[in-house]
Design a protein around this ligand. Structure first.
Ligand code: ZN
Ligand code: ZN
Length: 283
């Protein structure tokens, strides 16, 4: 009789954020929380930065879970911003490291312009407050949303986007992100797998989605998220259909940002059986 296979099932969460970008927990705290929730393989995917990965790797080794080095790059395609998750990247690969520095400056410039626009709307002090909250992390519009909530200018983060920060609103600033193909390249050439993040959140028509996925595939993209934070079974079906039609592997990740606002780490529906799991592409 052969020995029964005693390898326990792996629990994957391949998308989450720490204080290195706009998450509220340190990389160590994210890893520990993931471990407490049963995650055995975690990808930390902070916005446009790999600054949290070294600390996360240390904590993951201590906790005995697998850390997959990741990033979530902001990239532009046909004047719209998309998020590309890189899994299994090498953060020391020079073009990728250089890109994160450029993106950090891009975000700083954008923050100054957003703050100016808010000041013109009689909401002063945004830049100083946001910089204090961010510390060494990447500045995101969520930080401005938090600032607006804290000052009682809006009722919620969503309200902040709807009234000030979203495209077409008074404090929106168009930002020169990396080109989609370029972002996919940085990830791929660093040894990683490029995954289109939360594909149904961009509100694309099915024709637009097909064109996006064609461009993404052509650039070397190999996966898309199927199971993400608050997704419902119908949406999982829709995303799976796209993945199958475009021969993309499927990823799953909570997009966890903080304990009080977001879906819990590791608390995800299963990947549909007909989808190739993206982790089969990772070393
Ligand atoms: Zn995202
Ligand atoms: Zn994210």
């Amino acid at each position: 009789m052969p020995e029964p296979d005693s390898t326990p099932p792996q629990i994957y969460d391949l998308h989450c954020h720490s204080t290195a970008s706009d998450g509220s927990l340190s990389p160590t705290a994210v890893v520990q929380r993931a471990h407490e929730h049963g995650v055995t393989a975690l990808a930390l995917t902070d916005h446009d930065t790999t600054a949290g990965l070294a600390e996360a790797q240390q904590s993951a080794s201590a906790a005995g879970i697998r850390l997959i080095p990741g990033i979530e790059l902001s990239a532009e395609w046909q004047h719209q911003c998309f998020h590309i998750v890189g899994l299994g990247i090498d953060p020391h690969y020079t073009p990728l490291a250089d890109a994160t520095h450029v993106l950090q400056n891009t975000r700083l410039n954008r923050a100054e312009k957003i703050a100016d626009k808010l000041a013109k709307k009689h909401i002063p002090g945004a830049l100083a407050a946001v910089m204090a909250a961010v510390g060494d992390g990447m500045i995101t519009r969520s930080h401005f949303a938090d600032f607006l909530v804290a000052g009682n200018h809006v009722n919620s983060q969503q309200d902040a986007f709807d009234r000030y920060l979203a495209k077409g609103k008074p404090a929106y600033v168009a930002t020169p992100w990396a080109d989609l193909a370029q972002a996919v390249n940085w990830i791929t050439e660093s040894g990683g797998v490029a995954v289109l993040a939360h594909p149904l959140r961009y509100n694309l028509s099915s024709n637009q989605m097909k064109r996006l996925l064609t461009a993404f595939k052509d650039a070397g993209g190999r996966g898309m998220e199927i199971v993400t934070g608050r997704i419902n079974p119908d949406e999982i079906q829709r995303a799976s259909l796209y993945a199958k039609n475009f021969a993309l592997s499927g990823s799953m990740g909570s997009d966890f940002h903080s304990p009080d606002q977001w879906v819990e780490l590791g608390r995800l529906a299963a990947l549909p059986a007909q989808i190739q799991p993206v982790w089969e592409l990772l070393n």
